[in-house]
Design a protein around this ligand. Sequence first.
Ligand code: ADP
Ligand code: MG
Length: 399
Amino acid sequence: MSKKTVADLSASDLSGKRVLVRVDFNVPLDNGSITDDTRIRAALPTIQDLTSKGAKVILTSHFGRPQGQVNESMRLTPVAARLSELLGKPVKKFDDCIGDEVIQGVAELQNGDVALLENVRFYAEEEDNDPEFAKKLASVADLYVNDAFGTAHRAHASTEGVTHYLPSVAGYLIEKELKFLQGAIEEPKRPLAAIVGGSKVSSKIGVIEALLDKCDKLLLGGGMIFTFYKARGLNVGKSLVEEDKLDLARALEAKAKEKGVAFLLPTDVIVADKFAPDAEAKTVSINDIPDGWMGLDIGPDSIKVFQEALGDCKTVIWNGPMGVFEFEKFAAGTKAIALTLADLTKTGTITIIGGGDSVAAVEQLHLGEQMSHISTGGGASLELLEGKVLPGIAALNDK
Ligand code: ADP
Ligand code: MG
């Protein structure tokens, strides 16, 4: 069932109402200055919609891993300053997220004002989802909005606990994530291709299994392919292999066959004599991986085969880089796939990128804007694609 969102609330529902909004302001900070404000910008549509409808907006977020203690370097003060610049109006910053200062400060808010509570993870009760703590957080508001997709897979006090005390709806960011990620697996425009890469099979088993039930084509890259090759009896040299996942690799390949899903493994790879940016590199067929060498990227023939397979697809989900893209010599596979998806987007294919490192690779190539959707939550998007229920979303009111 679809969830109620801020778009369903009118000015008469919101005017004068105190709205607690969970956002993800966990931005990268270097020496006290914000190096990337993408996450703050991503929350603006929800904040601006609420203020324009006369709400008093009370923002709450976590920042870093303070382990339930006040940590001066993890205060949200710089975030409040940047948010204020982006909104073009003052943002009241509180030094706590519950208690008297917050109660008094909220009482002074005018319609359309924006306030930011202190890092909610200064309390261990946040991650413990402590009901009393959640009740205190909720006590200063009339309504709750969750717009923190990146933490929606965690049942914490500010993502799940508070929903027991307040009417609760989704913000625009969560709405967009659900539209693309859920839309792609529940009612995709076909053919649907899934490209799964990254380092290990073990971290992607759930998503591969779930996608095998949904997709028409499965393309694999990254470090995990060598476990599949080894399972087929090929020599993989010093490549990354999970010895305890060989049976699983065989089972996944058999499942693809049984389901009629096209199962594509790279046909050639770039091998290196060591795991380093200055390693010696050469392209070999997957049948000729030399002893002592390790595969760190997919090869040029594989890129062609993948481009051909993707050519007629109407939806493509990509999770996990094709190679060790952090090293220039082994970035070509990831780059080629990113460019291919950007081209497909232009001709109407829905392209969705999930996964922390794959998103970083696409952003590094400045291709983020050219994809249909870049997920803001690595773990959360993976769990959604696996078909898992995200507690922070399940807890919201249905339409
Ligand atoms: P994502 O965050 O997109 O889900 P993962 O975290 O699963 O992706 O994997 C990303 C990592 O996988 C990258 O750091 C990359 O260097 C590594 N990787 C990709 N290909 C290989 C390979 N052939 N051997 C070892 N590591 C690889
Ligand atoms: Mg990762």
